[in-house]
Design a protein around this ligand. Structure first.
Ligand SMILES: NC(=O)c1ccc[n+]([C@@H]2O[C@H](COP(=O)([O-])OP(=O)(O)OC[C@H]3O[C@@H](n4cnc5c(N)ncnc54)[C@H](O)[C@@H]3O)[C@@H](O)[C@H]2O)c1
Length: 443
């Protein structure tokens, strides 16, 4: 019989990890207090909009490899328990590990000898040993002897989650050598993944934060380079492509692409986890907050591209029709958590512009987090007679729109603002030939 896995916290990460393991014929139970999540999974439907997940969940449920429940009883039968609950940032900007403590307490009440517990939530270094382990040991079982405990950070990127879960190396840091070995062997056997086995859980925890700190900073550099490129009248994407051709160390220079902003529940908080962790140790780090500040300013920068562009065309923003395409924080996902589009839309709403919004990936019930404007039903309706079309995400649905159709449907001389589409030079030339005006971030 195939190994049993309990995935505790069946949100974005949990449902992706659970569905992929179920597709490899593991017997997976998703445990989540949310009735919406549980009923949606048990009816064979994913509760989130991630490419490919719906089909994987439907198949796994039909095959009897995946079920969901709010009860922690299935933990008793599991060979492996994977904890993927949320770790939000609290109002003071500090990590809130309440869900981790609560989940571990409920796991402890059902913990059995020989089980492997893997913590995947992003946590401040010291959480696995300092919070998860003592709570799990309230069961009377001892980590490293009676059960095994490791931290294996989740590094998937939304929009590519299912692919990345099956190719990215897994960092493994156990609370002892045996825990590292068991957790590493599990990921190698389950998904055929390479593992990076580090000295302890603390090292693995810090490595996850280092990844997201680096990503946020490299985007921040791309964003500042874009602003300078705008002043110098060069195309930032050409600058970055040329700069990134330089080998340095074991890899290449890798400046990430600029955009209208950074959102989601990871990059917006993890650099702050680093900042607060350092403060607790008497260190005042400057880079985490600098990267955050630069990226947080990008919606405002994008707003100025829109208002200046409209003003130059003698179409004051106060009376212009502005069409916003995409409100999710990431291309090809329906996730609006901490989306930077919300800040830009608030500025547009405040300007008096007549707004239309459309995002085929976002559930209509989630739109209210971003805007009070009623979303359009389709793209054509959203851009009809627009003086400005602001592409705030680069969903594939938008990439299928022909430039000629864009010109035909919008008002003459429409301003196209490119927040994340990265239109090619040929497409930009076609826009200009058809009377459209193009502005990108750093382009
Ligand atoms: N979303 C991503 O792209 C991503 C990528 C890498 C790492 N992470 C990290 O993974 C973790 C999970 O992120 P997410 O985006 O899946 O969060 P999420 O909010 O989508 O999911 C968390 C789930 O845990 C459930 N939950 C809360 N308390 C619980 C409890 N006591 N027992 C069982 N379930 C409980 C919630 O109902 C929710 O469904 C976070 O630490 C995040 O930083 C997220």
């Amino acid at each position: 019989m195939s190994a049993q896995v309990a995935v505790v916290g069946f949100g974005y990460v949990g449902s992706c990890v659970g569905a992929v393991l179920a597709s490899k014929k593991y017997q997976v139970t998703g445990i989540d207090p949310s009735e919406k999540v549980v009923s949606s999974i048990n009816s064979g439907t994913a509760a989130i909009n991630e490419p490919g997940l719906g089909d994987l969940v439907a198949q796994a449920v039909a095959d009897g490899h995946l079920t969901a429940t709010s009860s922690f009883d299935p933990v008793k039968e599991a060979d492996v328990v994977i904890v993927t609950v949320g770790t939000p940032m609290d109002d003071a900007g500090e990590p809130d590990t309440t869900q981790v403590s609560q989940a571990c307490r409920q796991v402890a009440q059902n913990l059995q000898p020989g089980q492997l517990v893997v913590l995947k939530s992003t946590v401040p270094p010291g959480t696995t040993e300092g919070i998860a382990q003592p709570i799990l040991e309230e069961s009377g079982l001892q980590a490293g002897k009676d059960f095994f405990l490791a931290f294996c950070p989740e590094r998937l990127a939304e929009g590519r989650a299912l692919h990345e879960l099956q190719v990215l190396p897994v960092v493994v840091g156990g609370v002892d050598q045996e825990s590292t070995t068991r957790a590493g062997d599990f990921w190698e056997e389950a998904l055929g993944l390479p593992t990076v086995r580090v000295s302890d859980a603390r090292t693995a925890e810090l490595s996850k934060l280092a990844d997201n700190w680096w990503i946020d900073l490299s985007i921040a550099m791309g964003n500042e380079l874009a602003q300078l490129s705008d002043k110098l009248n060069v195309d930032v994407l050409e600058v970055i492509e040329a700069a990134n051709s330089l080998p340095k160390g074991r890899h290449h220079v890798n400046i990430l692409t600029p955009s209208m902003g950074v959102g989601g529940s990871c990059l917006t908080k993890d650099p702050w986890f680093v900042h607060h962790m350092a403060e607790e140790h008497g260190l005042s780090l400057r880079l985490p907050s600098a990267g955050r500040a630069i990226n947080d300013e990008m919606p405002g920068y994008t707003y100025s591209l829109i208002s200046d562009g409209l003003a130059k065309a003698d179409k004051p923003i106060e009376t212009a029709k502005v069409s916003v395409l995409g409100v999710a924080f990431k291309n090809n996902t329906g996730d609006v958590r901490l989306t930077p589009t919300r800040d830009l839309i608030a500025l547009l709403e405040g300007s008096g512009a007549h707004l239309s919004v459309f995002d085929p990936w976002v559930d209509p019930s989630e739109f209210s987090y971003v805007t009070s404007v009623e979303p359009c039903d389709n793209l054509a309706e959203a851009i009809e007679d627009a003086d400005c079309v602001a592409f705030l995400t680069g969903h594939d649905d938008f990439k299928r729109l022909e430039i000629a159709e864009l010109a035909e449907l919008t008002a003459p001389g429409c301003l196209i603002v490119d927040g994340r589409m990265y239109f090619s030079r040929a497409q930009i030339e076609e826009m200009e030939q058809l009377g459209l005006r193009y502005r990108g971030i750093g382009r």
